[in-house]
Design a protein around this ligand. Structure first.
Ligand code: KIV
Length: 296
């Protein structure tokens, strides 16, 4: 069961996203992959939590997002759902869960919503997937688009690099965004594109843009949990480490190891003591057994 929103706290919806854009208020999105992290994100007041397929890299130890399965996303989305009450929960559609056909995409998006409790799904791609986005939005599935650096196409893009730096590619990206908006997407992630282009797109679209590596001119920002908190091995150029939780965790584990080795953990406060009567009885019982062994 997910938590219930506190009185007066209205859940964030796709309509909230649109209202924030109209009011010129920035939208805050962070990724999370489990219930306790989702709870912390919500307590910190973020607007939306994205169960990104970065799951594959930052949690499951793969070197790309390609091996992430729909089952992985269902399990982690359901976990995040249990930690949230107010923030909008968006689940990524993993590689090959939406590219095969619009019907297949609708079936898989439906599972993320009905079985795992997602309130929206995110798909990578532009003009080419607009018919799929239309199929989903017409069926009542809110869709967040994702253009620019689309990590599921890393091998086609030739690496994780900034996209749409040249005029032709920038114009194509603008077309992609227009197509997603026309197909009913409620927001679009702009990943690793020049800041000027992101600002142009953000000004032109009616729906909000959520940037990552796309400058401050977007309507909101998304960051990956492990980058933000210093838990990743490597910090991408577009990310900022707001805390070094890795150092805190390493320090805590080293303290634990030292106390176990010194025999000072667990101390008396962490132990349960036997009732004196029970202890006496136990000792007498053992003495009786030892005596019977000697006699026998
Ligand atoms: O998978 C993910 O975490 C993402 C964000 C980086 C936008 O798509």
């Amino acid at each position: 069961m997910s938590a219930v929103p506190a009185a007066g706290e209205r859940p964030v919806t796709t309509a909230t996203f649109r209202a924030r854009k109209l009011a010129n208020e920035r939208i805050v999105v962070v990724t999370a992959y489990d219930a306790p992290s989702a709870r912390l994100a919500e307590e910190a007041g973020v607007d939306a939590v994205l169960v990104g397929d970065t799951l594959g890299m930052v949690v499951l130890g793969y070197d790309s997002t390609l091996p992430v399965t729909l089952d992985d996303m269902l399990r982690h989305t359901a976990a995040v759902r249990r930690g949230l009450s107010r923030a909008l929960l968006v689940a990524d559609m993993p590689f090959l869960s939406f590219q095969i056909s619009p019907e297949d995409a609708l079936r898989n998006a439906g599972r993320l919503m009905a079985e795992a409790g997602a309130r929206a799904v995110k798909l990578e791609g532009g003009v080419a997937i607009a018919p799929t986005v239309l199929k989903l939005t017409e069926a009542g599935v809110p869709v967040m688009g994702h253009v620019g650096l689309t990590p599921q196409s890393v091998h086609q893009l030739g690496g994780y690099r900034v996209q749409a730096k040249e005029t032709e590619a920038a114009l194509r990206l603008i077309d992609d965004c227009r197509a997603l908006q026309s197909a009913g997407a409620f927001a679009i992630v702009l990943e690793c594109i020049p800041a000027e282009l992101a600002a142009i797109v953000s000004a032109e679209l009616e729906i909000p843009t959520i940037g990552i590596g796309a400058g401050a001119g977007c309507d909101g920002q998304v960051q990956v949990w492990h980058d933000l908190l210093g838990l990743g091995e490597r910090l991408p150029r577009h990310a900022k480490r707001f805390a070094d939780a890795g150092a805190i965790i390493r320090g805590a584990l080293a303290g634990y190891a030292a106390e176990v080795r010194a025999g000072t953990f667990p101390d008396d406060g962490a132990c349960t003591r036997m009732e004196p009567g029970v202890l006496d009885e136990l000792r007498r019982g053992r003495e009786g057994l030892a005596h019977a062994d000697r006699e026998g």
